[in-house]
Design a protein around this ligand. Sequence first.
Ligand code: ADP
Ligand code: MG
Length: 760
Amino acid sequence: MALLELKDVGKIYVSEGNVAVGIRGVNLAFNKGEFVAVTGKSGSGKSTILNVISGMDSYEEGEMLIEGQPTSHYLQPEWEQYRQKYISFIFQDYNIIESFTVLQNVELALLHIEDKKERRRRALELINRVGLGDRIKQKGSRLSGGQKQRTVIARALAKDSPVILADEPTGNLDSKTSEEIIELLREVSKDKLLIVVTHNFEQVEHVATRHIRVYDGAVESDHVISKAESAQPESEELENVESKPISERAKKRKERWATFKKGFSLGGTLLAAKPKLSVFICILLIIGTVAIFAVTSICGEGMNLFEKNYMFSHIEGRVVLANNSGKIFSEDEVKKISEDYGADSFLMYDILLDSGLSNFIYIPEAEDGLSFSFTYGEDFGKNIVGRYPEAENEVLLYLPISWQPYFGKNKLKITSVKLQNITLSVCGVKYFYDNTLDAKMLFTKDGFRTVTCLYYLAARLNTSVWAGVYFSGGNQFQTSIGTIVPSFDMENGKIYIKDEIFESFVKTNGGTQDGEAFDAEAELKTYYKNYDSSQEGEKIYSKSFEKDDFVFDSPPDAKDAFGSAAVMSVATMRDIAEEILSESYRQVSLFFSSDKKAHSAANKLQDAGYIAVPSDTTYEPDAYGKILATVMNIVMLIIWFIAILFLALVINLCTSRSMAAFKGDMAIMRSMGIPVRVVRIGIYARMLLSLLPAYAFLLAAALAIFLTPLLNGFFMFLHAWQYALIVAGMLLLTLRVTHKQIGKLFRESVKKSLKGGSAE
Ligand code: ADP
Ligand code: MG
């Protein structure tokens, strides 16, 4: 059985309506060990014969047999396998991948060897064999014609295919180099079938074993020159490739995995082959990632579709409680309810939790400040710098991590803050990373009550400020303590109340006439002693003060601004405030250890006739706001998506020219019989590998923001899922760009691509 047999093979070219005969009625049989020289005039069909044999051109007539197997029914994948198994092709114009080194070019043909070290070893061996041992790392583009052809021969050897086809391999070489190449070909193809098309028969005459003349698409003559040296029946390795136990799934999976690995290996080579281009693409992708990062940051807040506005601040385990009748609770009542229903604690004056009031605190060390909301009964877990508050004047601050440099990492650096005019002692700090959240100030129960009372008193004493407390909705509580209290020394229990406040307050109540000298101390005492509810103004306190209840003094830290002020004790202030509150205050809070417990307690309380609301269920059904938020979210997502598409466009534009340059290389690979799938995976792998630096950059940026507290203040906090979105977005973008370009790469046939896409 002949290795290769053509029976009446004919090939017709149809282009632009013209029919040209490539070859017709070709009958040839070839065996291993033959060195066949094919000659004939230009256009006689020599190349066509080689192309048909190589499987790069189809044939319409006759049958070609390989090891006795017919091939006329082959489709693309079978031809690929065929090329991979049997054929090495050497062209006149070398067809090496110019951007690859000699070593890479040869290793490409050795992809079937899975062990990388073994692959390298074989490649070096072959390169040495073709005499290019000193050019291993040289790029294809910098080799001479002869060296290129040697590389191609090494590559052909690497495949170890039984058939080597050479179409005018020396056509572009000088005579001396041509001789060397022919000699090399003879040397390396001793046990193979070598078919060489040549113009110059003399060149091969001394080595050829057979001479075929072609004329006008047909075989004119076929002479055996000397007996083929060896025509051994072929080795078992070929049969190995032939017999494919498709039954086993595992084997298929293994094959797929091997294809994958080959593809990735190829991708790595492609990446390394054009370092400038690769760096360019990497930079492009990094810029893209940064852009998506920026867009996500900007959209980030809008993208939070799950955010709800609660009527009551949600604190884990909190239940807001009120009497159905509107009756105000006494402290004893609340205490009893708290015990009966198993609450861990309760808070009588809890309005600051829900007031939406946030207080600005200036931190001189940072020349900046931040807003807090007040809280009580919240557990911030571990990792607290310092400790939880214990005294009335102590607070724990729950702060964005960007404040860590000022407040200290392991030890508190700032130990007191001023809340308007209230001096508070900072006993602990807890940092958090999500800078879209609010800072909080955690008090003890007494501290929380004192501040509530103080705010309340301020609101009531200052007629320009209105304070109202309602149980449902519209909690309003706006005041500035600073307008009435120049200084409040919580630790020492002293409140300094501004003279003017009392002055105007007393005046409106008819105590003093305009223009009269104002004796604050006397007026105040008179006012409180003689308060008469029938007069204009409001009764704010029912008791009469004793002589010593008020002292007049200068606020120690605001002497210049305020002169003297009334001083009262915290106890007095609280007493006054609580009396005011007792007339209008309806809501209290119970605290349980979890929302779950809060829910079950709330149910029981409702059954018992109370109004009881778990704080996590009180989001406001603000339809307009929800619609607006949803629309905004959709717009943001569209912007995000457009940004991705725009980036894809830019990256596509920037890389498409480089991909065009790839086209020839891909065709060479395919002509070598590397499966399209491997080439495809290779191209994808190349792009995905290019994406790695961008991911590394993203990771580094995320870590830098995470680890450098100050940076956390500059960038909007992104959650893990948002990072995942960026990663996925970039992945999709890269895959899409690559997919588009691959489509262009493989649209044309191997042969056409090899000839630079020109129509023949
Ligand atoms: P050779 O290699 O001997 O110079 P070819 O095998 O290239 O000859 O060409 C044989 C014949 O087939 C010529 O007449 C040529 O014009 C024609 N031919 C080759 N390739 C094509 C093609 N792609 N389209 C149309 N005609 C072709
Ligand atoms: Mg030709």
